[in-house]
Design a protein around this ligand. Sequence first.
Ligand code: ATP
Length: 212
Amino acid sequence: MISGNLKSHFYCTGIMIRVGITGGIGSGKSTVSKLFSVLGIPVYSADEAAKNLMNEDALLKQQVKDAFGKEIYTDGLLNRKALAAIVFNDPAKLQQLNALVHPATIRHAEAWMQQQHTPYAIKEAAIMFESGAQEFLDYVIGVFAPTPLRIQRTMHRDNISREEVQARMNKQIDENIKMMLCDFVITNDERELLIPQVTALHEKLLGLSGVG
Ligand code: ATP
């Protein structure tokens, strides 16, 4: 149950604040996003949306087919493994794919934001500054966790090797730089408590939106 003075039910009639949540692999973005969603804040998952859009957005599908060959789709559905095999070790191809998927996701997220009626809404994205998505947001929250902990969490969650996690991490921008670009940082190191940090930020964002 949410305690007394914490506002979890609200309806916003003014301008809604757009908030991003980002952080490296295994930092706890999804965990932090779930806490905001428990407080009644709608959360858009950019990773999930991007996956769906590659199967549902007609323009994006055509662009992906043009770039990677029409056989990358079978019966209208994207063959993710085949696409991953193409882009994983080819930075130019990955960049080409990102240049198609990111604008489509940014457009879709913006349309979603316009349908929300809360004082603020959240877009969770692993790739934020790399894609320019922060330009469409008012504030960005960074979720920080030390690298060894992120490696342990991801190995455990995805049942993959340390080397596989490291390979994924090497493709992301440096965590310290990422956090410096954020307006707020939540520390998810399993020492500092997460829930008080989230509720304090929630109150702050409500204040910034004028619902204080
Ligand atoms: P990715 O970018 O890989 O999707 P993420 O940043 O969204 O990761 P989560 O999926 O939220 O990270 O967390 C990674 C794993 O660590 C999950 O299994 C999650 O349950 C666990 N985890 C996250 N935060 C904590 C915490 N404070 N205490 C214990 N486990 C945690």
